[in-house]
Design a protein around this ligand. Structure first.
Ligand code: 5GP
Length: 114
């Protein structure tokens, strides 16, 4: 069983965070150390440690994370100007919290990543 992370405490509201959206499947909240004017994390309420651990049965859940991300981008007023969605995986990918999360970054010209 993968170990629970700080994100479980955020989902359960055991520690404070700026939650923008939550339903039975997905939670979205502001990153504590924003790397852009808009930096929001979209996570599944179910613990999936890394992208490597995503199963076929999770496909709908992963799709929902993207639907929530684009809805939040619209609410935050960055849908038209644009934004970036990133999911880091393991050490080389720069993953620090082992509960998958989609970074929604925007509000400025982000520059090239590749
Ligand atoms: P990773 O490097 O794993 O892709 O991203 C983890 C992200 O979670 C980082 O951007 C970090 O700032 C954010 N983060 C870590 N701990 C907390 C926390 O307790 N609250 C919030 N809101 N964000 C966190």
């Amino acid at each position: 069983m993968p170990e629970e992370t700080v994100f479980r405490k955020i989902i359960n509201k055991e520690i404070p965070s700026d939650i923008l959206y939550q339903d039975d499947y997905v939670t979205a909240f502001r990153d504590i150390a924003p790397q852009a004017p808009t930096h929001i994390l979209i996570i599944p309420n179910k613990l999936i440690a890394t992208v490597n651990d995503i199963e076929i049965e999770d496909e709908q859940l992963i799709g929902k994370m993207y639907t929530v991300a684009k809805n939040i981008a619209k609410q935050q007023g960055i849908a038209k100007s644009g934004y970036r969605l990133i999911m880091n995986c393991n050490q080389d990918g720069g993953q620090e919290v082992y509960h998958i999360h989609l970074h929604l970054l925007g509000g400025k010209q982000l520059g090239n990543l590749l």
